[in-house]
Design a protein around this ligand. Structure first.
Ligand code: SF4
Length: 339
């Protein structure tokens, strides 16, 4: 049995979204999206529950993703929640997770979410800098995020916060400031999405007119690694760093520009290791170095195409040898003098 959570994702397009976030193509594509029915939800859950490997998970969560769940008509929300709640009552799943906007949270909404078995609420925060929120046309202030996050925690839900890097008017300082404020809200989980320029968005028009310059992959990886370290040190789990989970973004089909990389999350993990090893080498001044680590950490120590090792060699003029030792737990490694 695995204590890890298994998530059954159900994409509920928010066809009625009246917002105009510059990076989002939901308004343009909503006409093409099919309405999800309660029957579809049952089928999706049943199909996942029939996968053999799911049995070994002690916790299974149904997740309503896409758009803003609490922005759709209340009757529809309840209809969907009732379907999932039946699976909780029959002990087939353990709870429900959903994602929504900070301004679609109220005491009334949280009351019925609780009643229907919702455990985790993820808020699309994106940034906590007012200028960035305004330039991205998010339609809510940073104070609304604090208010909703506070309410969600007060009601006893698990809080998740989703943030974006490289929105219009943002910069590294603002990303770090946002992460600091996110940490102050004490969420259980965080997601970091680099902003991509998607076709049929206002951001694409801004990009084409030269009014918006996206981050490069290098810059987005570099900043993400710094944020990841901040969250790790604060004991907050980063459950995703990278591409938003829609088919058209995953395969790069609708991406016009921006830091698109299919293994973005892996690049960030490798950069976290590189930064950490770099600090350790600066402190120890060894010239011949053995890095002893678990097999699962070798690729992160090496970096993509051994980039970490090349970078460290160039910077410090050192010889580095990696030694596999599975007595070291994943994530813990050691530097020793001598190769
Ligand atoms: S990001 Fe969410 S709130 Fe903004 S336009 Fe898209 S669906 Fe609406």
């Amino acid at each position: 049995m695995s204590n890890r959570m298994y998530i059954i994702p159900i994409f509920i397009p928010h066809k009625g979204c009246n917002n105009m976030c510059v990076f989002c193509n939901q308004r343009k594509i909503s006409g093409e999206l099919k309405d999800v029915t309660t029957e579809d939800i049952k089928n999706i859950i049943d199909n996942y529950l029939n996968i053999n490997s799911v049995i070994k998970y002690t916790q299974i969560q149904v997740a309503f993703y896409g758009g803003s769940f609490t922005g759709i008509e209340t009757e529809k929300q309840i209809e969907f929640l009732k379907v999932a709640k039946e699976y909780i009552d029959n002990k087939k799943i353990s709870s429900i997770r959903l994602s929504t906007r900070p301004d679609y949270i109220s005491k009334e909404i949280l009351t019925y979410l609780k009643e229907y078995g919702v455990k985790t609420i993820e808020l699309g925060v994106q940034s906590l800098n007012e200028d960035v929120l305004l330039a991205s046309k998010r339609g809510h202030s940073a104070s609304r995020v604090y208010e909703s996050a506070h309410m969600i925690k007060e009601f006893g839900f698990e809080l998740g916060l989703q943030t974006m890097l490289g929105l219009p008017h943002s910069n590294e300082e603002f990303e770090i400031e946002t992460a600091r404020k996110v940490i102050e809200m004490k969420p259980s989980i965080v997601r970091i999405y680099p902003t991509l320029v998607i076709k049929d968005t206002e951001l694409a028009e801004m990009y084409e007119k030269g009014e918006y310059i996206p981050y490069t992959v290098e810059k987005a990886v570099d900043i993400s690694a710094k944020l990841m370290k901040m969250y790790n040190e604060a004991g907050i789990i980063v459950i995703r760093t990278g591409l938003q989970n829609t088919d058209n973004i995953r395969d790069g089909g609708d991406v016009i520009a921006g830091p698109f990389h299919p293994a973005f999350g892996e690049l960030v993990k490798q950069r976290v290791y590189r930064n950490d090893i770099e600090n350790k080498i600066s402190d120890c001044n060894f010239k011949n170095i053995s890095i002893i680590c678990n097999r699962k950490d070798i690729s992160k120590v090496l970096g993509n195409k051994k980039e970490n090792i090349k970078y460290l060699n160039t910077k410090f003029n050192v010889n580095i040898k990696i030694i596999e030792n599975n007595n070291y737990v994943e994530g813990k490694y050691e530097l020793k003098e001598g190769v």
